[in-house]
Design a protein around this ligand. Structure first.
Ligand code: ZN
Length: 415
């Protein structure tokens, strides 16, 4: 799968310390990557609608994590996926009379241009489901052979659907820590089928969907024609791209259950008990009092803001003004404040000299390493900018350059 151009990340003096994040499962602050090589998997988009602010906030948050890791001297391997065949995509294609492949291609291209504009570091491993079907099918077969999956007769198809048997995994439930009733409700709400007849347990997730009339399908030895389920897709792409265990599994908080609970379970079954070490989730972004969602039609699109002439760096600053794990609401006042901040920072950086930059670098470094506390990082730059604009204090030549590189390298904001 084609990625997008990598932004240049300036070198900063010295090195950042270990990066701590709050693990969703334990609720504790933990070191995101204890070793010299950091590995990250962030669930990618289902390309049927353009990038809205909620997506942008998620990818910007993990971009800050990648930048903090790089600044701490770690090498980073970042893997992600594109769910380029899935029910919502097929439904949208049918509803709009567009070929599903064309819809996926167009929306994937738009996502790439949004990520480029926002200065997000691209994944090192970027796979679409369609190009990975043989490996995913292999994973499903291995789960069947291991007794961790079973076939469910499917009268409307020639073959059988295949489901994971969650009872073989005693650690199932450890990611989200939810009770049975909540898991069942969320499963029904988020793509699962708890009431499907023939399953051993309501929460067992689909691994392979046998071909239905009019739906895309691929030949898979031992499984018959069909297409992969959602959770197994990410498990296989993560294991292929990063190996297991890997450091951080990330995504929006609506992916904690069932998606990450199930993909972790598949990883443990396929790879000897290991999955992601840390789970990290971003909050939901609302708009006009409701969660931003395609079905409600209240999307604020990055591409539309940029087309209206908004500097993508202002969009980025508006996102960074919120803690990544909080739910928050996008408002025009947010954007106006970010635009004003961007202009103020640019004015403050326009001189050859300014107040000492070393404390700003230290403060921004410390803030992002403390569970990606970007609002505190922005406040440190604000304070420097205010001093620079007021003048009167000691002036160091080259300080604006160091501040600009700090903001660029650690926050991804190009000034
Ligand atoms: Zn995923």
């Amino acid at each position: 799968m084609l990625t997008w151009p990598a932004p240049q990340i300036p070198q900063l003096p010295g090195e950042g310390g270990p990066v701590l994040v709050r693990d969703t499962s334990s609720g504790r602050l933990v070191e995101a990557a204890p070793g010299p090589e950091a590995t990250l998997y962030v669930c990618g988009i289902t390309p049927y609608d353009a990038t809205h602010l909620g997506h942008a906030a998620t990818y910007i948050a993990f971009d800050v994590l990648v930048r903090a890791w790089l600044d701490s001297g770690r090498s980073v391997t970042y893997a992600s996926n594109v769910t380029d065949v899935d029910d919502p995509l097929l439904e949208r294609a049918t509803a709009t009379g567009v070929d599903w492949r064309e819809l996926a291609q167009d929306q994937s291209a738009l996502f790439r241009s949004d990520m480029t504009a926002l200065g997000v570091v691209p994944p090192d491993v970027y796979r679409g489901v369609v190009e990975t079907v043989p490996q995913i099918a292999d994973g499903v077969r291995r789960m069947l052979e291991a007794g961790a999956a079973y076939r469910v007769p499917t009268p409307e198809a020639e073959g059988d659907d295949v489901y994971a048997d969650l009872s073989v995994d005693p650690a199932f439930g450890s990611v989200a820590g939810l009770d049975e009733a909540t898991m069942r409700a969320l499963s029904a709400e988020r793509g699962g089928d708890p009431d499907r007849p023939g399953k051993r347990s309501p929460l067992d997730p689909l691994l392979w969907r046998a071909e239905r009339a009019g739906e895309p399908a691929w030949d898979a030895p031992g499984l018959g024609r069909g297409r992969p389920g959602w959770h197994i897709e990410c498990a296989v792409i993560a294991a292929d791209g990063l190996g297991v265990p890997f450091d951080v599994q990330g995504g929006g908080s609506d992916l904690v259950f069932p998606h990450h609970e199930c993909s972790d379970s598949h990883l443990r079954v396929l790879d000897g008990g290991a999955a992601a070490r840390v789970h990290l989730h971003t909050g939901m972004v609302g708009f006009q009092g409701q969660k931003m969602s395609k079905s409600l039609g209240n999307l604020v699109l990055v591409s539309r803001l940029v087309a209206e002439g908004v500097d993508p760096m202002a969009v980025r600053l508006a996102v960074l003004a919120h803690r990544y794990r909080d739910d928050w609401e996008w408002t025009s006042a947010d954007l106006a404040a970010a635009q004003e901040r961007l202009a103020r920072w640019r004015r403050a950086l326009s001189g050859n000299g300014g107040p000492d930059a070393a404390p700003v670098l230290a403060a921004v470094r410390a803030a992002v390493a403390d569970d990606l506390d970007t609002p505190t990082a922005l406040a440190a730059v604000d304070a420097w900018a205010q001093d620079a604009l007021e003048g009167g204090g000691p002036v160091e030549e080259g300080a604006p350059g160091v501040v600009a590189r700090t903001v660029d390298a650690l926050l991804g904001v190009r000034l």
